[in-house]
Each structure stands twice: as C-alpha cells, then as structure tokens.
Design a protein around this ligand. Sequence first.
Ligand SMILES: NC(=O)c1ccc[n+]([C@@H]2O[C@H](COP(=O)([O-])OP(=O)(O)OC[C@H]3O[C@@H](n4cnc5c(N)ncnc54)[C@H](O)[C@@H]3O)[C@@H](O)[C@H]2O)c1
Length: 337
Amino acid sequence: MEERNELSIGIVGLGHMGSSITTALLLSKQKVVALAPTDSKLDQEGPDRIRKSLTESFQQHFTETPAAEFLKNLRVTKDYEDLSRCHLIMECVSEDLDIKKEVYGKVESVVPDEVIITSNTSAIPISNLQTLVRVPNRFFGMHWAEPAYTTRFLEIVCGEFSDLEIGEELYRIATRWGKEPTLVRKDIRGFITNRIMYAMYREAFYLVENGYATIEDVDRACKNDGGHWMTFCGLFRYMDLTGLQAYHRVMKDLFPTLSNQTKVPKLIDEIAKSGGNGIFNGKGFYNYTPEEAKQWEEAFEKFSFDISRLSSKYVSKTMINSNNSVSNLVKEEEREK
Ligand SMILES: NC(=O)c1ccc[n+]([C@@H]2O[C@H](COP(=O)([O-])OP(=O)(O)OC[C@H]3O[C@@H](n4cnc5c(N)ncnc54)[C@H](O)[C@@H]3O)[C@@H](O)[C@H]2O)c1
C-alpha cells in the first residue's frame, strides 16, 4: 500500500482549486497528471497559476527548491487516457452534479477498479456522488481548503459505500504531504469544517441583521478572538486550556438564544442576487476598488505563508496518537530552540 504514493496523482479540473491542489502536491514532491477538461480561459491559465504559486512559495522561502524543479513532475493534458496510470484521482470540477457525473464516467472508463477516486466537493454528500460511479467503495471526498499549498487542512470523507480501510490509507498518504488530515468516518452534509464554519456564519448574519453589531465589528471580534488561537489548537483543546467548567455554565443560558434560522440570510441574498462576488468584482459585504481588491488578495496570500510557518512550529502528533499529544507538542517546541 505504501508504495502507491510513488505513483502519479491525477487532478481533473485546472480551475482555482485544481491549480492550488496541484501546487500542494508538487511541493510535496508528488508526480501529478493534471487534466484541463475544457478550453476555457480558466483551465488554460491553470499551468500559469501553478507556476506563479510555486514561484511565490520559493520567494517566500516556503521551499528552497525553484519552481522549475517541481514542474518536472507535472504533466498537463486534455486526454483522459493520460490518467490511466495514476493511482489516485482527484476531481476538482464545478459544483454541478451533471458535470461531475460526466467526469466520473470518463475517469472510470480509463482507470482500473483499484484506483481511488476522490471529489473536492464542498457540500454535495459523498453518498450522493457514489450513486454516480461504477465502483462506489473506492470513492471518497477529499476536501481541500484554499490555498491548498499553505494550509495543513484536508478532510477525507467516507460516503455510505466507502471502504474505511482505503479511507485510512488516504489519511496516511495525506500525512506524507504535510497535512494534518481529518477522517470523516460517516457521511454528513458539510463534513466537519463547513458545519462548524456555517454555524458561525449564521450567527454573524443574525448579529448584523438584528442590529447588535456592524459587519466590521463582527469581523474584528472573530479575527481577534478565534483568530488568535485557532491555528494553535481546536475547540475542544481550547476549552480544556481555558477551563471547561465555565463553558458548561454558559452553554445552558446561551445556546437557547443562538440563531437557528434555516433560510439564507437576507443580507447575503441581496448582494449575491445583484451579482456581488466580493473582491472578484469589487462588490461584497465591503466595496473594493480594483487596487484595494488586489491589496487584499496579495495580503491574504502573504499571510497564508506566514501563518503556515507559524503553525508548523506547533505541529503535534495528535493526529497519530492523541494520548501522547502533549509530550509531542513539547518536543516540537524544544526542536525550535
Ligand atoms: N474555491 C474554493 O475555495 C473551494 C474550496 C473547497 C472545495 N471547492 C470545490 O472544488 C470544486 C472546484 O471548485 P473551483 O473553485 O476550483 O471551481 P472553478 O470554477 O475555479 O473550476 C471549475 C473547473 O470545472 C471544470 N469544468 C467546468 N465545466 C466542465 C465540464 N462540463 N466538464 C468538465 N469540466 C468542467 C472547469 O474547466 C474548471 O477546471 C467544486 O466542487 C467546489 O465546490 C472549492
């Protein structure tokens, strides 16, 4: 099983996520066959985005290897046949069932039955996607976050028909890419992270729409409270670190007052329906001139490298063995001295 990682990984879709994931894999010295499925500008510019991200990684000292070295491991193609020798396929095409179905049909017609197929879907239940494939037990969610090459985040999601052993194999493979993966053993809409994040988004809208705080204040509170510790530890560890008794007391009174609205909030509905798309067209919860949009994009990219460097100082082996996490964390800190 281990030697599977030596073989190529096939990426289908060279849009934003496909390019970003390809960069992450190349940085971990993985061979990649990247399939640009359409003639769209988005796909055709995929290789440029990858080159740019690799160059940026080098300039930011995220790697000491120049882009050209990594690019030797990349083959870009339009031909599904070129995926036939990959051991793992990652589908990164639009969040559209018909498109994904068509892509799975083409992939399954060229790869052997033991090849693992994954989808980067943000929100479609994996069990639903499994109904679209011929061999469902080798099908998983592999949910990346942007920028895929700087975050340590990766969710591996089992659907109803997935083989858990293969899921565990994916987990081990992802660890070798420098990720701190999570394995979602039972399919649930939104997986782990989107369920948690969307609970937070809902409450943020509730506070703003009901006049308790402005958008700016909600953003500042998130940035300086959760934002201060979340890269260091998760929610449960944080409650331990700060004394869980207090949380126990607060939950009783606070939970009944939190928003449980099921409709899409009016605030985002109006912006989205009028075409707003944040920094991509300057219209979002804030407005941006083209220069401001560029500044935010560049600052976010730089921050991603900085936070990745910082968080890598505090990597614990908790993902392997939660029982000795503290001693492992201490070791990591000592290593830094
Ligand atoms: N953008 C994010 O931050 C993010 C995060 C996590 C997961 N995802 C998921 O990743 C997937 C891709 O998202 P993205 O943001 O990269 O989208 P994108 O729009 O940047 O790219 C879409 C890709 O789909 C391909 N495509 C479109 N129509 C096609 C067709 N008919 N046949 C074959 N391919 C076709 C395009 O060529 C392109 O490569 C989606 O499922 C999305 O939900 C996105």
